[in-house]
Design a protein around this ligand. Structure first.
Ligand SMILES: Nc1ncnc2c1ncn2[C@@H]1O[C@H](COP(=O)(O)OP(=O)(O)OP(=O)(O)O)[C@@H](O)[C@H]1O
Length: 339
């Protein structure tokens, strides 16, 4: 039982134990919803948690989301239902009314359903089977998209899913090879997603071609190295985000009322790394799309211009106007200096 022992040890480390992210032996019994796709990672997670259920006093349930985008999706859901029954755990299923059009919309729907199921069944925690391998893929993928530290700090151990419900990923230091070894060792049948081998998906090319190439030619320990980078950046990002939040709390440099405005002088005094985060948080409240690099740089350019009526338009209806000593965010219609 080599893999079983290894993974149990990894999850119960004395220092920084992933399981310490979950409540243990509290009263009332903590309820945890395990998101299971049927693949080796979430199957491994569910079995590992079930093995320790009595020790930590958890009430566990399994949730599956059927996106209905493959012909065999019903059989996939049935597989997970049988697995839950074998483990003696409750099974909760959500089936999509409308088949999602993209990976991103499927993921969005899935997290919405997981939050809704957790709320309905009184679970304070949702756990997913994301592994170190997922983390490395996400990190590399984001690197190629030009992402900053936030994207490279891919996948957090824990974040808020919705009000009062935490999302926890206990397998972030476990590799996919280890979850596969665990499932084999424990003779658990996993559901093979037929699209996993499809190289027309960029994510699959990264997993099946790029990462093995980098491992063979650059660093056999590539996964560990990149996961370490993500881990380090995560705390850097947290620190900088807090600093940016403090800026809003400590200085009367921002007015949130209409039209919202930021004071140029105090913003200019901050290091550029912080200026960028402050502006991103500020714009994030108002722009309809996700704030991107160009939006932030366009806003910050206003700090360097002399022309009092200079403006920077954003996609959509908003424009940032230099109105000394402020940069004001207003509707394009309200401003006739549009560039
Ligand atoms: N259909 C599903 N039903 C329930 N849980 C799921 C489903 N698909 C994925 N999950 C959960 O999400 C984890 C990650 O799955 P996967 O890597 O396929 O998702 P992803 O699309 O990359 O999502 P993410 O953006 O969260 O990384 C799984 O280990 C499992 O816990």
């Amino acid at each position: 039982m080599q893999f079983t022992k290894l993974l149990r040890t990894k999850l119960n480390l004395v220092m920084r134990s992933p399981l310490s992210l979950l409540p243990q032996n509290t009263s009332p019994e903590p309820k945890i919803l395990i998101a299971v796709s049927g693949g080796q990672d979430s199957i491994c997670l569910a079995k590992l948690l079930q093995m320790q259920q009595a020790k930590f006093g958890w009430h566990l349930a399994i949730a599956h989301c059927d996106h209905r985008w493959r012909e065999d999706s019903q059989a996939n859901a049935d597989h997970v239902a049988r697995f839950a029954q074998d483990l003696g755990l409750d099974f909760i299923l959500r089936t999509a009314d409308i088949v999602p059009k993209s990976e991103a919309s499927a993921r969005h729907w899935r997290y919405e359903m997981l939050a809704e199921m957790a709320k309905k069944h009184d679970c304070g925690y949702v756990v997913t089977g994301h592994t170190r391998s997922d983390r490395v893929e996400t990190c590399l993928y984001n690197l190629m998209r030009g992402s900053g530290a936030d994207g490279l700090a891919a996948l957090s151990w824990r974040r808020s899913l919705t009000d009062g419900i935490e999302l926890v990923r206990p397998l972030l230091n476990v590799s996919r090879a280890e979850t596969a070894g665990f499932c084999m060792e424990n003779q658990i049948a996993i559901w093979e997603d037929s699209t996993n081998a499809d190289l027309s998906y960029r994510r699959n090319r990264l997993r099946l071609e790029t990462i093995p190439y980098l491992q063979a030619n650059f660093n056999p320990q590539l996964e560990v190295a990149i996961a370490q980078t993500a881990e380090l950046l995560q705390e850097d990002v947290r620190y900088l985000e807090n600093q940016a939040q403090n800026f809003f709390q400590e200085n009367i440099t921002v007015v949130w009322n209409e039209p919202p405005r930021l004071q140029c002088e105090l913003l200019r005094e901050q290091p550029l790394a912080l200026q960028r985060r402050i502006v991103r948080q500020f714009l994030g409240r108002y722009l309809k799309h996700q704030v991107n690099f160009e939006d932030v740089e366009r806003f910050l350019n206003l700090l360097t211009v002399q022309n009092r009526s200079q403006s920077s338009p954003f996609t959509g209806q908003l424009v940032a106007m230099l109105e000394h000593p402020w940069i004001v965010l207003q509707s394009r219609l309200a401003n006739n200096h549009d560039t």
